[in-house]
Design a protein around this ligand. Sequence first.
Ligand code: NDP
Length: 292
Amino acid sequence: MTATIIDGKSLSQSIRDDIKKQIADRVARGLNPPGLATILVGDDPASQTYVRNKHRACDDVGIRNISHELPEDTSQEELDALIKKLNDDPEVTGILLQLPLPKHLDEESLLAAIKLTKDVDGFNPINIGRIALRGLAPVFVPCTPAGIMKMLKEYQAPIQGANAVVIGRSNIVGMPVSLLLTKENATVTICHSKTRDLTSITRNADILIAAIGKPEFVSADMVKPGAYVIDVGINSVDDPSRKSGYRLVGDVAFDEVAKVAGAITPVPGGVGPMTIAMLLKNTMRALELAEK
Ligand code: NDP
């Protein structure tokens, strides 16, 4: 069997095209485009790249970038004051605080300070709580989990009643995607570094999500034939054959798993572009909420 490739790149492009058209229509009617405020603290190169990519995506669809780049030694009080100012600024539709923050800052309280209706990353603890509770909907679904759910649905994964296994329980990916799958009536098992006999669990998965951060960790023998495999990992590995000296691989051994799975996301070109598309979509939703 050769798996269907879940093409996050083209799916995300169609979402971006749609948003671009909506914004162009607004501007043609004399209305303001949405504005996304990004806050980057310190000079971590990976975070700088992520923020740059988000800015590019905003430019492409016509969302205004309101960029705040702050030094590593920014205090909690300064950051808190900036978030409060952005909360009250009508030109700011959404606020994104790039994680991780330098160690001296209290991430939880800063995320909680972001106004719920501007929390386009969906990391305000109230948002996560609303995903977990029955009968409540989050204001925003965090971008990577939202992108994963969108891909599963677009490629007709039968979620209801499926055995879904999520490897990883982080606040930004593993835990929220597990909650979303539960909300959609999958039977979810969450695995982590202390899980015993992981393979016996993953081999039972109709839907397998890998969000671990370990290159090519999931091998073919861990995958049920025909399963939907979503690879969230982005890992850089040495590759002397490339000019850059490295290449990006996921948490799944793509070549061997693609021979067993029914459908699989590539890295790059799978979850990554969908995460950015969902950020743009959440910013459009924030605009709707602001204009209600
Ligand atoms: P974290 O490091 O926060 O979490 C990793 C999780 O994997 C933890 O729950 C950990 O368990 C678990 N884990 C680690 N080792 C094992 C193991 N041997 N067996 C089973 N579980 C294990 O990572 P993130 O969730 O932030 O990110 C995961 C990956 O996804 C990274 O490669 C990251 O770069 C990528 N990523 C990609 C995004 C995208 O847009 N494509 C967005 C966000 C992340 P424990 O809890 O016990 O420590």
